[in-house]
Design a protein around this ligand. Structure first.
Ligand code: MTE
Length: 337
């Protein structure tokens, strides 16, 4: 059977926005990645930081989110010297097949997503399983702003200021049993509000599922995000809860998560099931392992256009090698792509 995989990296963003938002103020951080200890936050890091994203569209934040903002640790991690992608690009050039396969479809169609009430189930190999209302699920954690590169397998990239908390903190709380080796993320299946799930042409066996090895999930870089650009997540970016794993291709970041399961077996993940020769379970950003149909050595940093393609070299582990390379010691990343 011939499977036609949508390949969207050849679509060109016509709109070119100047790279106007820089992190020059943060140049004191140095290096490609900088993590500020909680106690070392400078004076200017206050809730007022949210408003510095000049192009951000106001949302309609739930009360629990607004309450969290005042204790947020702004700029807990950043990418020195790289421009933050304009909000407009980050929210109008999306992959969220539940709302259509074109890059503009999620922004156009995700208004139908109902994010309240929302609950998250924790189950499988955990000492404390349960179903939690989102606000209770989030309650124990202070938000941190993590400005991360995001590299899509389709060879485009962005720099996004996420608001979330370490996945490791959740895992410690729910107490994985000694048999837990993987973590499976299941996202919302609701054909009534998700037109892509009603389509007869959908390749995906819904719900969209992603997974990590437990030690990957415990890495401090892996977060669960509830916001971006100083506000709650827009629907098209995976409201109200999504996974962000910056050293992996973007498809690992499941959107609109409803169930988190600890498992003994490696979960069957969506893209790996659709095309195992093209998309692996690990999906680490790796410029030396090409996709069978295009190179992974370079990427278009959005905004990118015909006269200003903004192409740059892709970095091993998306530039996060110091933090994550040890997770893969002894593995053949050509085989485990
Ligand atoms: N999660 C769900 N539920 N459905 C999807 O189609 N697409 C993935 C990932 N998470 C997807 C998803 C892919 S392919 C990418 S590249 C990122 O979301 C895109 O995130 P963004 O649109 O916020 O940039």
């Amino acid at each position: 059977m011939l499977i036609k995989i949508p390949r969207t990296c050849d679509s060109i963003e016509s709109q070119v926005t100047p790279e106007s938002i820089y992190l020059s103020r943060r140049s004191l951080l140095g290096g490609s990645v900088a993590l500020l200890a909680a106690g070392a936050m400078p004076q200017w890091a206050s809730a007022a930081e949210a408003s510095r994203y000049a192009d951000v569209e106001a949302g309609n934040a739930p009360a629990w989110f607004t309450d969290k903002l005042s204790q947020t640790q702004w700029q807990a991690m950043t990418v020195a010297g790289e421009a933050i992608t304009p909000f407009k690009d980050a929210t109008h050039y999306n992959n969220f097949y539940e709302f259509g396969t074109d890059k503009g479809d999620p922004a156009a169609n995700a208004g139908s997503l109902k994010t309240e009430p929302w609950s998250v189930v924790i189950d499988g190999e955990v000492g404390k399983p349960g179903r939690y209302a989102l606000e209770d699920f989030i309650k124990p954690y202070a938000l941190q702003e993590r400005i991360y590169r995001m590299r899509c397998v389709e060879a485009w990239s962005m720099v996004i200021p996420w608001l979330g908390f370490p996945l490791a903190d959740l895992l410690k709380q729910v107490e994985p049993t000694s048999k837990a080796r993987y973590i499976r993320f299941e996202t919302l299946k609701d054909p009534q509000t998700m037109p892509g799930q009603r389509s007869d042409f959908a390749l995906i066996d819904w719900p969209y599922v992603e997974g990590l090895r437990l030690d990957e999930a415990m890495n401090p870089l892996a977060i669960l995000a509830v916001g971006m650009y100083g506000r709650e997540l827009p629907h098209q970016n995976g409201a109200p809860l999504r996974l962000v794993v910056p050293w992996k291709y973007g498809f690992k970041g499941g959107k609109s998560i409803v169930r988190i399961s600890l498992t003994t077996e490696q979960p069957k993940t969506t893209w790996q099931q659709i095309a195992p020769g093209e998309y692996g379970f690990y999906a680490n950003v790796n410029p030396t392992v090409d996709h069978p149909r295009w190179t992974q050595a370079r990427e278009r940093r959005l905004p990118s256009g015909l006269f200003s393609p903004n192409v740059r070299d892709t970095l091993m582990f998306n530039g996060y090698g110091d933090e994550v390379a040890s997770l893969y010691q002894g593995m053949d990343l050509r085989k485990d792509y």
